[in-house]
Ligand binder design. Sequence first.
Ligand SMILES: Cc1cc2nc3c(=O)[nH]c(=O)nc-3n(C[C@H](O)[C@H](O)[C@H](O)COP(=O)(O)O)c2cc1C
Length: 217
Amino acid sequence: MYYEIAKNDHGLPYNPLKACVVPRPIGWISTMSKAGLVNLAPYSFFNLLSYDPPFVCFSAGVHTEDKAVKDTVINIEETGEFVYNLATWAQRDAVTSSAMIVDRTVDEMAAAGLEPLPSRLVRPPRVGGAPVHFECRYFKTVELPGRRPTSCHKVVFGEVVAVHIEDDVLTPDGLIDVLKIRPIARLGYKDYAAVDSIFQMEKHTPEEALTPRVAAE
Ligand SMILES: Cc1cc2nc3c(=O)[nH]c(=O)nc-3n(C[C@H](O)[C@H](O)[C@H](O)COP(=O)(O)O)c2cc1C
């Protein structure tokens, strides 16, 4: 099938777009308002962009009910700081419940039943129980035009200035044990994925790929 965005003529019962880029990692972003109130929300338009130095970005729409800019963006632009927390299967319910709370006067980490852990270089706390955290400094915002007032997005970029990895998710060889962490990711519709299997590949030439390989003993 083929459809054009301007016509939205996919003819399917649900818009397939988000299901076309999967799985999308979830940036579970904690921030603090100027007044010191903690905010927490998941963003699946999120990724790590570079590594020396590392930058991350996430894309926030406006709240569809009132077209309000999301608190995460307001806080980051006002304070210049945020924390990325890795979302896992064990904390999946807290991830979704932190997306529900929109009242700016509520401490969303406490409301989601999560323990705040202090950060070292930035003020927003880290989510207790999350196995990985990045402390980030705000870099810039790029605004993406929307076809409707409710579909414009603010893409927020931040530089990672510190990384926390819980010791108990490191293998004896010093690798992050992804199968122990079980990260969750967004698919399309209401679907999510958990990382429950991994495989390894070596880089190879096309010729090598065509050469039959001898099965391992
Ligand atoms: C798994 C998940 C992923 C989400 N990803 C995004 C996203 O990429 N962009 C966005 O604007 N909202 C996203 N949302 C919705 C926001 O989390 C929600 O609007 C939240 O209330 C924003 O909170 P804030 O106003 O405190 O920043 C997502 C929700 C869930 C449950």
